[in-house]
Design a protein around this ligand. Structure first.
Ligand SMILES: Cc1cc2nc3c(=O)[nH]c(=O)nc-3n(C[C@H](O)[C@H](O)[C@H](O)COP(=O)(O)O)c2cc1C
Length: 225
């Protein structure tokens, strides 16, 4: 039985999966565990579409890629990344991206391969199950607390998944096309997509899955008093 610290340290974002959906009973176990995530006033502001229907996943991916290829940069409910990248976040973002491309032997100027790698997000890295997490627009109209709660929910899903040998990749790439996802899924008008999580069985032979970006030292972002 792994300890909680082991589970946290063993998780990393995987970007190549075997073509195997997650059995419904395991999805339910993961989601029941995630349902125990704390939230302010027990609001539980998440609404999850757990999708293993391949046609629906393909339709979402096709619609997003088509939108991108038509020159649209985003069609979203929330802006995830800062519009102006400042230190130290800009450097961390660049290092993380460069680390991944270097591992995969992709040149910085090789836009075609980089674009294909980005599009892999919308082919769900070969996985067959994706959770799309929405919140009620009323929860983020002038307030941001639900975003904190739904972020904690994300981590609980990813950690609980490991108990069943299920690996994951959180996705802000879908956040950027949240309205496209909402339209294809025909979700109620009151819902806004926050993010998705790809879930599946890791392709252990894939080099990309060995990527484990490091973290800054506590001295950079913890203040003990
Ligand atoms: C909210 C959020 C959105 C993310 N979006 C993406 C994404 O769209 N595509 C992707 O490949 N990785 C995405 N990631 C994964 C991050 O790049 C990754 O968590 C970070 O580099 C740390 O690596 P690790 O998860 O392997 O520890 C996202 C992570 C989070 C938390």
């Amino acid at each position: 039985m792994p300890t909680i610290i082991n589970a946290i340290q063993n998780r990393s974002s995987k970007r190549a999966f075997l073509p195997k959906p997650i059995p419904l009973d395991i999805q339910e176990k993961i989601l029941n565990a995630a349902a125990m995530t704390p939230s302010g006033a027990n609001m539980q502001p998440w609404v999850t579409y757990a999708i293993s229907n391949q046609e629906v996943l393909k339709n979402i991916g096709d619609a997003i890629i088509e939108k991108m290829q038509s020159g649209v940069e985003s069609d979203q409910f929330i802006q995830y990344y800062p519009l102006n990248w400042k230190a130290p976040y800009r450097k961390r973002r660049i290092e993380t991206g460069v680390g991944l491309y270097t591992l995969m032997g992709v040149d910085r100027k090789d836009i075609e391969t980089r674009t294909k790698m980005w599009h892999d997000n919308f082919r769900w890295f070969g996985a067959r199950t994706v959770f799309f997490v929405f919140t009620d627009k009323a929860m983020i109209d002038g307030a941001q607390g639900a975003l904190i709660d739904c972020g904690a929910y994300m981590q609980t899903i990813m950690l609980a998944a490991q108990e069943f040998g299920v690996e994951s990749c959180p996705q802000g790439s879908t956040t950027e096309f949240g309205k496209v996802v909402a339209e294809i899924l025909e979700v109620p008008q009151n819902l806004a997509l926050l993010y998705s999580i790809v879930l599946g069985y890791e392709d252990k032979s894939a080099k990309i899955n060995t990527y484990k970006p490091s973290r800054v030292d506590l001295t950079e972002n913890v203040i003990f008093i």
